[in-house]
Design a protein around this ligand. Structure first.
Ligand code: HEM
Length: 154
């Protein structure tokens, strides 16, 4: 199978995204802190729909496919039990999952995107609730990342 060396996946395809999503949310559903939040929000028979949404989301993020449309900020504002320390736990699990599956370069590409999105989600969801009204400014947008030619396999 092309794109796989020493059992680590080295390129971004629909299949590699699907594998990451399946493994990541399987781990989420075993996580002591995160699992209850997800299980409260997503009924057992809604998980296939959620996983399909997340595949489209990551395809849009990593492949610029435009497959996802939605409003993650509004959706996370409505998630019961979500708190700020969970973002670090979510990211640690995402990084562990990506690192186990992908080459270091590909894992780093996913993790870099996840960190930026997590930071903006956290700010958008929480800054109105517990920060001084004028005491917090969004950080400047990070520089555009370099092209991902090395991790795309067409
Ligand atoms: C603090 C950790 C997080 C928790 C506990 C959490 C929880 C959830 C839950 C429960 C849902 C399903 C909501 C519903 O269908 O009613 C959801 C959806 C989603 N989450 Fe998160 N999330 C977290 C962090 C993140 C991060 C860091 C990202 C992106 C990198 C992300 C991206 C998404 C997306 C794209 C959806 C689907 C939105 C849609 O249906 O259009 N989440 N999340």
């Amino acid at each position: 199978m092309s794109g796989v060396t020493a059992s680590r996946i080295s390129c971004i395809t629909d299949d590699s995204i699907a594998l990451l999503i399946d493994r990541f949310y399987a781990a989420i559903r075993r996580h002591a802190v995160l699992a209850p939040v997800f299980e409260r929000a997503i009924a057992p028979d809604e998980w296939p729909r959620h996983l399909a949404t997340m595949r489209r989301f990551w395809s849009s993020v990593m492949q610029a496919s435009g497959a996802y449309s939605g409003n993650p900020v509004e959706i996370h504002r409505a998630v019961q039990g979500l708190d700020r320390p969970m973002f670090a736990q979510w990211l640690a699990l995402f990084e562990a999952t990506a690192t186990a599956l992908f080459t270091p370069e590909l894992a780093a590409a996913f993790v870099a995107k996840a960190k930026r999105i997590a930071m903006s989600l956290e700010l958008a969801v929480f800054h109105r609730l517990d920060a001084p009204p004028d005491g917090m400014r969004r950080p400047a947008r990070p520089a555009t990342p370099p092209p991902q030619a090395a991790t795309s396999c067409d």
